[in-house]
Design a protein around this ligand. Structure first.
Ligand code: SAH
Length: 295
């Protein structure tokens, strides 16, 4: 994380109070796109080649912005691409309800999931799949994580506590970082694939989220220059949790990571003292692999 490091080129605030969070939510929901192109989704990004982050997505995005986030303007935006199915607040609410049914209870996390327009993080061709509770390809053999697992991991990490500084390993398209920005004061996220780091910047820029800092680098090394973190979340699975990340966890902090190869489980690690960590194994999961180095 030295000369390759890049910071999210937006104004950053180190502290975000709840009033600001509310403003966030509103500015985020103002970016809702109400239309989408149907396309068969796959949960296996490995079957796909690199995806094109096409200009159409951006033009659809900007042409569909609603000046009033509370206005249900499906009709207004449907004239952008009138024959396409709608991606509305209701569809996202239904997704959040399904995530809650699966056992996620943390209201703050559920509210964050409801506030973030997931369809803006995937190719416009797959927007109609955005609120299916599944991972989807984002190119470069990587995926946007399944909403349930995003919510579950953040809930476990948060444990109903206050999160000041959190670190995400594996930014991907930036979706989880956006969700995290509504539950933590400061979000740092590292991505090892340059093109995805750029994609996340492009996805997040219009949302004007002030408390996310994106870094290009090897997340296995963490961010020693800004440790300690109250929470660390890995979005890619290694055979074990990198030692550097354990060291960068605050005492009392919680790290959640998928661990394993073909079979993976969620591992929760709590730092209880300077030289003491406690680990527990939670549910099964399936993530793309954690790799060393940058590309
Ligand atoms: N957080 C994403 C999911 C990303 S998928 C979401 O919002 O849905 C996992 C990501 O981890 C991939 O983009 C992959 O390139 C990245 N990754 C894998 N190993 C990494 C490492 N050592 N450092 C940083 N990123 C890594």
């Amino acid at each position: 994380m030295t000369k390759n490091e890049k910071r999210f080129p937006l104004q950053l605030s180190s502290v975000m109070d709840s009033a600001k969070q509310q403003t966030h939510r509103q500015s985020i929901s103002a970016h809702l796109v109400k239309t989408a192109t149907p396309q068969t989704a796959t949960q296996n990004a490995a079957k796909h080649g690199a995806s094109k982050q096409d200009a159409a997505k951006n033009s659809l995005r900007s042409s569909s912005l609603s000046p009033n986030p509370t206005t249900k303007s499906d009709q207004t935006s449907s004239n952008v691409v009138s024959s396409r199915p709608l991606v509305s607040d209701g569809v996202r609410r239904a997704m959040v309800a399904r995530v809650a049914q699966q056992g996620v209870k943390d209201r703050l996390v559920l509210a964050a999931l409801e506030a973030i327009p997931r369809h803006l993080f995937i190719e416009s061709g797959m927007s109609s799949q955005a609120y299916v509770d599944a991972s989807l390809p984002i190119g470069h053999h990587q995926t946007i994580s399944q909403p349930y697992i995003v919510a579950r991991m953040i809930e476990i990490m948060r444990n109903d506590g206050k999160l000041n500084r959190v670190l995400e390993i594996g930014t991907g398209c930036g979706y989880q970082a956006a969700v995290l920005s509504l539950v933590a004061k400061e979000v740092y996220s590292i991505e090892r694939i340059k093109a995805l780091h750029e994609l996340a910047k492009n996805n997040l820029r219009p949302m004007r989220i002030a408390n996310i800092r994106l870094h290009y680098g090897d997340g296995m090394l963490g961010l020693p220059q800004v440790e300690p973190f109250d929470g660390i979340i890995l979005a890619a699975a290694g055979m074990e949790v990198p030692k550097a990340l354990l060291e960068q966890l605050a005492i009392g902090g919680r790290l959640i990571a998928p661990v394993g190869g073909a079979k993976q489980v969620l591992q929760l690690i709590q730092r209880t003292a300077k030289h003491e960590w406690q680990s527990s194994i939670l549910e099964q999961c399936h993530f793309v692999p954690l790799h060393q180095g940058v590309i």
